[in-house]
Design a protein around this ligand. Structure first.
Ligand code: ZN
Length: 350
């Protein structure tokens, strides 16, 4: 056992290294142990030899700077989103960048709950929404005016949104009030909006790079640690140096390279160390029972009128495009004493 200076630079300045190359660091704000894998190999201690793992969030830190980082890459999760609805290319790319952004923010959802990234605007794209849960699941959708205009393949966020806001909402299950941070859309990119959010709400210097195409979405984030001292010349120099190195990243590198290779390429002259990684997956929490609950809120009379009028009630989930159908017998069942708990999932159509 050896005692070492805590590289996180936080309140706990001690770390314990055990014989298996696993290091425990205690970050004061997490009140939990991070198990740091030291991916030691002949070629690189950045894990260059690691296999490329998509649908993954990889955290990293710098031993020689008060800076943390995250890399995210989604393939299967992204395919699940775009296989469920056909989006114009420009909207798909922006939704993909939002999804990568949500993946990067996933690390902040430590409590049981969810984080929602939402752009609302007056433009042709009225709503883009990505949800990420503490179970590391993601889902996303966009709404746009299909009739109004033809959307250029290279349309920017500003072209597609006009006036509007990006809201980041964190809901902790059981808590009274969600936390919400709002940034107004000012013609910038999604990455710039995220940087503004961190500067305004957390007072932390943050840089973000995002990329998306029809195969994958990916993102890179670096952020000064809360413990970094303001106006400290050495720390400002480190921030400027590592920001510049990070800024050389291209969209193609983000989309095509695994964490180990990319971080080695960007930071091989720095003391960059991989921390834990988290697997991310697509999942939608909609269910026939939840839809039945919503129908029950209409009230018996209105629900019966609706089913009489249309033959059945059809409800589609915005996120996963699952269609739920309720015929007259189902609606009657919803309002019987046995109620919604008896609704079964046999009539789900996709
Ligand atoms: Zn759904």
């Amino acid at each position: 056992m050896t005692r070492q200076h805590c590289v996180l630079g936080l309140m706990c300045k001690q770390a314990v290294i055990d014989g298996a190359d696993k290091v425990k660091y205690w970050a004061w704000h997490d009140i939990q142990y991070f198990f740091l894998e030291k991916f030691m190999s002949e070629s690189s201690e950045y894990g260059e030899a690691l296999p490329f793992q998509s649908d993954n969030l990889q955290r990293f830190i710098f031993d020689n700077a008060e800076i943390r980082g995250e890399w995210v890459h989604l393939h299967e999760t992204w395919q699940q989103v775009i296989s469920r609805r056909a989006y114009p290319e420009a909207i798909q790319n922006l939704l993909g960048q939002m999804m990568a952004a949500a993946g990067l923010l996933a690390a902040t959802v430590k409590m049981d709950g969810r984080l929602v990234l939402q752009i609302k605007s007056t433009g042709p794209v009225s709503l883009m929404m990505v949800e990420c849960t503490s179970q590391h699941t993601l889902r996303a959708f966009a709404q746009w005016d299909e009739a109004e205009i033809e959307i250029a393949t290279d349309a920017s966020l500003a072209d597609l949104t006009g006036e509007g806001t990006l809201a980041i909402t964190i809901e902790v299950n059981g808590a009274n009030k969600p936390y919400q941070g709002i940034v107004s859309l000012n013609g910038g990119s999604i990455a710039e909006l995220l940087e503004t959010y961190f500067r305004q709400s957390e007072q932390l210097d943050t840089r973000v790079w995002l990329a998306a195409n029809a195969q994958s979405v990916a993102g890179l984030l670096i952020q000064q640690l809360p413990s970094a001292e303001q106006n400290n010349e050495q720390e400002e120099e480190s921030w400027s140096r590592i920001s510049q190195l990070s800024a050389t990243v291209t969209g193609a590198e983000l989309l095509d390279l695994g964490a180990g290779t990319l971080l080695h390429r960007l930071f091989h002259e720095e003391e960059c160390r991989l921390l834990t990684s988290t697997e991310l997956t697509f999942s939608c929490s909609c269910s026939r029972q939840r839809v039945a609950n919503t129908i029950s809120l209409l009230g018996q009379q209105d629900a019966m009128d609706l089913v009489e009028e249309q033959g059945n009630i059809e409800v589609a989930c915005e996120f996963c495009n699952e269609h739920y159908y309720f015929d007259k017998a189902d609606v009657v069942l919803i309002f019987t004493e046995a109620g919604i708990s008896t609704i079964f999932d046999s009539k789900t159509l996709h």
